[in-house]
Ligand binder design. Sequence first.
Ligand SMILES: [Zn+2]
Ligand SMILES: [Zn+2]
Length: 264
Amino acid sequence: MGIYQIEENLLRAESFIAEEGYSSLQHACLELRLSIEKVVYRKLAKLGDVIPPAVYKAWQPPRAMKLLLGFEPRADKPATVAICLGTVDGGPSGEWVELGEYRMLPVKWLNKNYNKLGKFLHETCLEEASNPVSLKPEDLEKMIVELRKVDESDMVLGFNRISDFECDCCRTKIYVSDSQINDCSEISCYNDLCGAVFVVAPDTSEQFKTDRKFSNSDFACKDCGDKNSLDSVWKEGYLNCWSCKQRYFVAWEKVKVAYAPESK
Ligand SMILES: [Zn+2]
Ligand SMILES: [Zn+2]
């Protein structure tokens, strides 16, 4: 059995493709979407109890995959894991033993194909005659080949340590990996209505600190009193309070430069 347990879905997809016809192809699409979801969620489940599944299961795979890549920039690259049992002067020496191969769907592949499958599924509500089939059985077969490769790899790689902190505006729990902390990465709040941006950095050996990218641009909502951030607002326009939805207009002061020669 494959490590992501999607073989049954892939076999069902193949038999739907063999049946031919529009609705069979749609059933195949559904099986492939489920396979992609299983792969991404299983990978996230490797984080153990750090992130409750309820958090990421509410997200679609492209977004969940983005979170994964934030944690571990190499998460979508194939890798072979090997250990060396012998050491000489503190360095590896002698034979390396291969432990296994790790493969993951590249994030570009995932975005493209997941959306493609979704589009095909949603065409059900449109008239079939006026909407020629844009997805060919060959496209689906190619996806099956890629998914099977990932399923047949030997291991699901774990992650470096994951910690969490609370958004100081909307109090959403945000997760960071050690590699993000060491790289002093920027992390946006997961709450789309909030938009606060943080910079994480190492502090003492076991701790990390978070700073807001633009700490002086917060304001308290007049109606509900909750703190709102302007971190993600780049041009003049409306902004709704993340908490009570009250609307505000944000205008940036123009920088004024005046000619001011000193009198001689
Ligand atoms: Zn927030
Ligand atoms: Zn408010």
